[in-house]
Design a protein around this ligand. Structure first.
Ligand SMILES: Nc1c(NC[C@H](O)[C@H](O)[C@H](O)CO)[nH]c(=O)[nH]c1=O
Ligand SMILES: CC(=O)[C@@H](O)COP(=O)(O)O
Length: 157
């Protein structure tokens, strides 16, 4: 093990303000992701009044809202939650790719920590598995990633 200076994010959500951006599309899956993210943040000290849930119609609409929220001084991080499930046509590829690109671009350009809890699955079964059953809960992972990143980034300046 090398002994070098290491900056790590302390997983303490006290005092932070976080926005959840969640899709109404596939809401029976997305609600599980929301539940996982909220539970994780509250268990790590976040006060419920510092959490705000913004609902958008579908994944395609997420980037524009993320961009708007990323410009606000009173938000420390954003957690994106949604589920794009492949259908019979190429629609999936366009929605998944535009949502992913747009969310990443808003985060990078603004410097706002954004967690990517957007499932992009080939089947409903895969989505269920990743929304609180055998493959974990991607909402929890996205919330954990944002918390860690916020705490690392505040040590950079
Ligand atoms: N098929 C899925 C969508 N499609 C809807 C689009 O995101 C968008 O709301 C619509 O085209 C109107 O602009 N959205 C999801 O989040 N998940 C899907 O599986
Ligand atoms: C991800 C989608 O947009 C998809 O669920 C739509 O299904 P389809 O391609 O069968 O219209």
């Amino acid at each position: 093990m090398l002994h070098i200076k290491t900056i790590e994010g302390r997983l303490d959500a006290r005092g932070l303000k976080i926005a959840l951006v969640a899709c109404r599309f596939n809401d029976f899956i997305v609600d599980k992701l929301i539940g996982g993210a909220v539970d994780y943040l509250v268990r790590h000290g976040m006060e419920k009044e510092n959490l705000t849930l913004y609902r958008v119609p579908g994944a395609f609409e997420m980037p524009v809202l993320v961009k708007r929220l990323a410009g606000k001084k009173d938000i420390d991080g954003i957690v994106c939650l949604g589920a794009v499930i492949r259908g019979a046509t190429p629609h999936f590829d366009y929605v998944a790719s535009e949502a992913t690109k747009g969310i990443a671009q808003s985060s990078i350009e603004s410097g706002m920590p954004v967690g990517f809890g957007l499932l992009t699955t080939d089947s409903l079964e895969q989505a269920i598995e990743r929304a609180g059953s055998k493959a974990g809960n991607k909402g929890v992972e996205a919330a954990a990633a944002v918390l860690e990143l916020i705490r690392v980034m505040e040590q950079v300046d």
